[in-house]
Design a protein around this ligand. Structure first.
Ligand SMILES: Cc1cc2nc3c(=O)[nH]c(=O)nc-3n(C[C@H](O)[C@H](O)[C@H](O)COP(=O)(O)OP(=O)(O)OC[C@H]3O[C@@H](n4cnc5c(N)ncnc54)[C@H](O)[C@@H]3O)c2cc1C
Length: 363
């Protein structure tokens, strides 16, 4: 079977890795418009591996992806650095009760977690002092991954197993023949294939439209900030996510990487930075975590997370014979290898994909 993957971000890399290791593709080609891989969402993220997910359809994929980073498959050409610092999901009021329930469900997927008191959370992370929280879910197996090493290792391993990576090749059209998508036209020639996978991230809807599909996968912009060095930082302290109010932080470069969980509609491309986000971030972090009131900012950037209207992944083969690995929202780092495995099994063996995540639910 000849397979073509469009996009060399984490979604495309996960699919390519899983397909190539099977040894069952006659040819496997990855087409990327940029001159190097992962220049968009896959290098603009917070690199956090968080296993407790509100969406029960995503939960097992998050658990699988995190387990793979801890165990590191023997076929990976390089070790992918993963700092298993753990996570604290902090919450207050009704969302504290809801978070405890989500954690209970996650445990049934083998995710190790326990509820801890506010005092215990502050003992782990001093910057939580003064925060209005009722408690926290402690997940010791979560952490932070070297996201560039993950992408590189997936692509290098795929190439080692026979995949061809072609950069500077923008897909401008899809070849539709015999009731299916059978290749792509690029800025530097055409490539024929039996199966085409759309892993184009924020451009997934654009690529799908080339085969006549009209799926509303939309990018939302989000900013990340890195602070000045922080004297209260403890070595190896966990990442913190306030699920009640939407904010997170984790250690980065001697300070904190922080996010106010902002989202605003954007066009596919390199997102513009909104300078007003500096003040909004500072105000939101101070309100959630008063101990961070005086924290100075060193740098910031923005990235695009892409979502279907129901915010669930868009996976599997559509009615036009195009496979999708898209709409991974804010979970693509954690789940890319699980998504890759699912897609490979669907392509090679016709293994069904859960209806909740299947592209055909979108009509
Ligand atoms: C601010 C932010 C924070 C995040 N934090 C986390 C986190 O902590 N943990 C987590 O699990 N996830 C996180 N994510 C989500 C994660 O980064 C994404 O889900 C993931 O990177 C999506 O990968 P992708 O391959 O689908 O998209 P991309 O990385 O955007 O890759 C798509 C690729 O397709 C290429 N392409 C597009 N159109 C064409 C075309 N016509 N022809 C050829 N190539 C094309 C693009 O150039 C690009 O390289 C975060 C995302 C953002 C933005």
């Amino acid at each position: 079977m000849d397979v073509l993957v469009i996009g060399s971000g984490l979604a495309g890399a996960g699919v390519a890795w899983a397909l190539a290791r099977s040894g069952r593709c006659r040819t496997l080609t990855i087409l990327e418009t940029e001159t190097s891989p992962g220049q968009h969402a896959s290098s603009q993220n917070a690199a956090m591996i968080r296993q407790i997910e509100e969406d029960p359809a995503v939960q097992p994929l998050a658990a699988e992806g995190a387990a793979r980073l801890r165990a590191q498959p023997s076929d990976w050409l390089d070790e992918v650095p993963f700092r298993r610092v753990g996570s604290l999901l902090v919450a207050a009021g009704p969302s504290w009760l809801a978070t405890r329930e989500v954690a209970r469900l996650a445990r049934s997927w083998g995710v190790h977690s326990e509820a801890v008191t506010r005092a215990a959370a502050i003992a782990l992370v001093p910057q939580l002092d003064g925060a209005q929280i009722d408690g926290a879910i402690w997940s010791p197996d979560d952490g932070v991954v070297d996201v560039h090493a993950l992408l590189r290792t997936l692509l290098d391993t795929a190439a080692h197993n026979g995949a061809t990576l072609l950069f500077d090749r923008r897909v401008t059209g899809l070849i539709v023949r015999g009731g299916g998508v059978r290749g792509a036209v690029t800025t530097r020639g055409s490539v024929e294939a039996d199966v085409v996978v759309n892993a184009a991230g924020a451009w997934a809807a654009t690529v799908g439209a080339m085969a006549g599909s009209n799926l509303p996968i939309r990018p939302l912009r989000r900013h990340l900030h890195v602070s000045e060095p922080l004297p209260t930082l403890r070595a190896g302290q966990p990442l913190v996510w306030d699920v009640s109010r939407g904010a997170y932080f984790r250690p980065e470069s001697g300070g904190l990487l922080m996010c106010a969980c902002d989202e605003s509609p954007a066009e596919p491309g390199v997102p513009l930075i909104d300078p007003a986000m500096d003040d909004r971030l500072a105000a939101h972090m101070t309100s959630c975590f008063p101990a961070l009131a005086q924290i100075g900012l060193r740098r910031r950037w923005a990235g695009l997370r892409s979502f279907a209207p129901d915010r669930r992944f868009v996976l599997g083969e559509d009615a036009r014979g195009l496979f999708w690995a898209a709409g991974l929202g804010g979970h693509g780092v954690t789940t890319c290898t699980a998504v890759g495995r699912l897609l490979a099994e669907a392509i090679l063996d016709g293994t069904p994909i859960a209806a909740a995540l299947h592209v055909r639910r979108l009509g």
